[in-house]
Ligand binder design. Structure first.
Ligand SMILES: Cc1cc2nc3c(=O)[nH]c(=O)nc-3n(C[C@H](O)[C@H](O)[C@H](O)COP(=O)(O)OP(=O)(O)OC[C@H]3O[C@@H](n4cnc5c(N)ncnc54)[C@H](O)[C@@H]3O)c2cc1C
Length: 439
């Protein structure tokens, strides 16, 4: 085993750069494993991987390095782009015309609709998706869906740590073309493997992905249960993060027949207590290296209507051709929007990723920590933005501690969720100007 490569790998993990994409586990032939998915969920070298394996692992590690400008150029050439959104051929608000898909999905059902359309028209034989584990229904599990039912079963966003690329060997062994859905770090790693012509990703024809604000540790689920007086997460029968009408509810069904449910916006109270710190140094909100990305259409005009609306960014030629064909075939309802509207709709998220993440990384480097090499740096924000960042980081630091997590469990989640939602609206209003400066 190469000590240097292994040390580099450990340094990625130690410095909080691992985004848990799962590629290292998938590529290591059992030599690297995730230790404790209900805990810190970190990859660990358990065997004696040879030098070639560790080289491959590092070359596919998007937590360590992913050159945004160079990859944008390589994948999308001179397609119009913006540093916030990435390359785009078209920007739309839309939804799947099929009511079943739309109502079972997280937002407008765009991602599931594309997978089902491709499968039905035999453009793919399977789709790499993230469902819930059959053996441990409190955890997520990536799998290759080969039926429309399986694609729908995997719909909706999962907000706990997950590692889709763990199943790279299965992807490589699959007989037929695939579509792939993943978060930015996962997608970037697939792109790195495609760039080096790795045989396991050759059958991936389409890459789709959700927008990505943040993800939570599994402790969020344990904490939510403890707030309801439930001590054993292994009694979970079914876990949903976007159950019911858009924007949906977090819902936990127990084996004893009880069910606990909280509106998505209220369940967001778990974020400051359980956020995965790596989310805060990821600079990719819009999943910039997909063929098509989908986010929530966050605007009062859509939120009031419920039902489910997505923001859709088609980036590649084949991504654009796909959504146009689906529109012509009556599968998608699409309304074009301009770049400014699309950025303003997610100004909070872009601020978090394209300002906050860069400020946080610069502070990390100041104290001698390593940070991912994204091939670009944004800087020069106003003083007020730096001060705002100091407040946010201090809050995350304090609320992420054990006593704070325990204290919040003493309050009913409906109450704390309500309070959180109100303070979030207040915070968003009072920081609106800071966040939208030069957006
Ligand atoms: C962790 C996370 C954070 C997000 N943050 C934001 C945000 O800040 N702003 C915003 O506008 N939108 C965010 N989204 C995206 C949003 O929740 C919807 O996923 C998106 O709008 C697509 O909706 P849809 O109805 O088209 O997807 P659906 O039709 O419901 O399909 C969702 C697809 O995504 C896959 N998937 C779900 N969870 C994961 C996961 N954790 N890892 C990999 N694949 C997954 C599923 O397998 C499924 O194929 C986030 C999603 C996730 C998973």
């Amino acid at each position: 085993m190469s000590a240097k490569n292994s040390e580099q790998f450990r340094s990625v993990v130690r410095n909080g750069m691992c985004n848990r994409c799962g590629s290292c586990v998938g590529l290591s032939n059992g030599q690297i494993r995730f230790d404790n998915k209900e805990g810190r969920y970190l990859p660990r070298i358990v065997g004696t991987p040879d030098e070639e394996t560790m080289k491959l692992v590092l070359s596919a590690c998007s937590g360590r390095a992913f050159n945004f400008p160079a990859q944008r150029e390589r994948l999308f050439g001179d397609t119009p782009s913006h540093v916030y959104t990435g390359a785009f051929r078209s920007l739309h608000i839309g939804y799947a015309e099929n009511q079943q898909i739309r109502s079972q999905a997280a937002s407008g059902g765009i991602l599931s609709a594309m997978l089902i359309y491709l499968l039905r028209n035999k453009h793919i034989a399977g789709a790499v998706v993230l469902g819930m584990s059959k053996e441990k229904p409190w955890l997520t599990a990536p799998f290759i869906a080969t039926t429309e039912e399986e694609i729908l079963e995997a719909a909706q966003s999962k907000y706990i740590l997950s590692s889709v690329n763990e199943i790279l060997p299965e992807i490589g062994a699959f007989d037929g073309k695939l579509a792939y859905v993943g978060l930015p770090g996962q997608v970037q790693s697939i792109r790195l493997l495609q760039q080096q012509g790795h045989p396991w990703v050759k059958n991936i024809e389409y890459i789709f992905g959700p927008f990505y604000g943040n993800t939570l540790h599994f402790s969020s689920i344990k904490s939510f249960l403890r707030s309801h007086g439930e001590k054993d997460y292994q009694q979970i029968k079914q876990l949903y993060f976007r159950y019911g009408e858009w924007p949906g509810n977090m819902r936990v069904e127990m084996k004893n027949g009880k069910a606990y449910q909280l509106k998505k916006f209220h369940a967001n109270y778990l974020i400051p207590f359980h956020i995965v710190k790596n989310s805060l140094i990821c600079t990719d909100l819009a999943n910039e290296f997909t063929d098509v990305s989908g986010g929530d259409a966050w605007a009062p005009v859509y939120e009031e209507r419920g039902k489910g609306f997505s923001m859709i960014l088609a980036r590649s030629e084949k991504g654009e051709a796909l959504i146009r064909q689906m529109q012509a075939d009556g599968w998608l309802n699409l309304t074009p929007i301009d770049l400014e509207t699309s950025i303003t709709m997610h100004s909070h998220g872009y601020d978090l990723k394209k300002r906050g993440s860069f400020i946080r990384m610069s502070w990390m480097r100041l104290v001698g920590m390593k940070t991912p090499d994204y091939g670009y740096r944004l800087s020069g924000f106003g003083l007020s933005r730096y001060l705002m960042e100091a407040v946010i980081d201090l809050l995350f630091l304090v609320l992420g501690t054990w006593p704070a997590r325990r204290a919040v469990e003493l309050l009913p989640p409906t109450l704390i969720g309500n309070l959180f939602e109100k303070s979030r609206i207040f915070w968003k209003k009072s920081t609106k100007n800071i966040k939208r400066q030069n957006l």
